[in-house]
Design a protein around this ligand. Structure first.
Ligand code: IPE
Ligand code: IPE
Ligand code: MG
Length: 229
């Protein structure tokens, strides 16, 4: 039997389909997805899960309609502005994965709130929440290897691991993807190499703490071998 996972990753997928099935605009699905995220975070804190990562916006998601992209950016800004106090009260440490530099396509307000959330939770000692915004697995590896090459650093497992957005964070033990899709869509290709993958048809807005417990139950039945016999 496995120990409880030290790091759980989530690909929060299916918001659009959830809304469409109800005759609502896609953005209503993203708003419902935020409610789902809030409940999950409460549960993860309660379970004292050390690390949890969430895929919120990929480098490929810029390809969606201007309306959906600006709606998602506004939602991210409002979420971290309004929820920061509550997250801080839970002793949560927020870290962000992805490219948030001034040259990234992220709106300045989103970059600012990311910086603020990171700085204001830096000394918190509870659950570490990693939020992937403007994150792509290829993009992360390219940024990391370019930085190492520019500094003339030899590329080893250790130097590359330390140059990634997840520097200092243990690899995920369990990945949960909702909505029935069975792919990574660019999420943490380096870090997920030996992670147990759990796919559920449940759409993200319907993914409850009870559904998390089902996934955790499944995880205990997995035999992790890491290449050994
Ligand atoms: C996931 O839900 C949220 C983001 C990618 C931002 P989707 O918006 O991808 O929902 P579906 O997959 O279209 O149903
Ligand atoms: C992955 O979902 C990205 C996020 C959940 C943020 P997508 O909906 O963008 O992935 P694809 O297009 O189905 O692969
Ligand atoms: Mg999707």
């Amino acid at each position: 039997m496995n120990n409880p996972p030290n790091h759980i990753s989530f690909i929060m997928d299916g918001n659009g389909r959830w809304a469409t099935a109800r005759g609502l605009p896609r953005l209503a699905g993203h708003k419902a997805g935020v409610e789902s995220l809030n409940k999950l975070v409460e549960e993860l804190v309660k379970l004292q899960v050390p690390y949890a990562s969430f895929y919120a916006f990929s480098t490929e998601n810029w390809g969606r309609s201007a309306e959906e992209v600006s709606g998602l950016m506004a939602l991210l800004e409002v979420y971290f502005t309004h929820e920061l106090a509550r997250l801080k009260a839970h002793n949560i440490r927020l870290r962000f994965l992805g490219d948030h530099t001034a040259t990234s396509p992220l709106p300045q307000k989103v970059r600012e709130i990311i910086q603020r959330a990171d700085a204001e939770t830096a000394s918190n000692t509870g659950t570490v929440l990693l939020i992937a915004i403007n994150y792509g697995g290829h993009d992360e590896l390219l940024r990391a290897t370019q930085r190492l090459a520019d500094a003339g650093t030899k590329i080893t497992t250790e130097t590359l691991t330390a140059a990634l957005d997840t520097a200092g964070i243990p690899n995920p033990d369990l990945l949960i993807r909702t909505s029935g899709e069975q792919r990574l869509s660019g999420f943490m290709p380096w870090q997920l190499a030996y992670t147990e993958l759990y796919f559920t048809p449940t759409l993200w807005p319907d993914f409850t703490p009870a559904a998390l417990h089902e996934a955790l139950e499944w995880f205990t039945t997995r035999q992790r071998r890491f290449g050994k016999a």
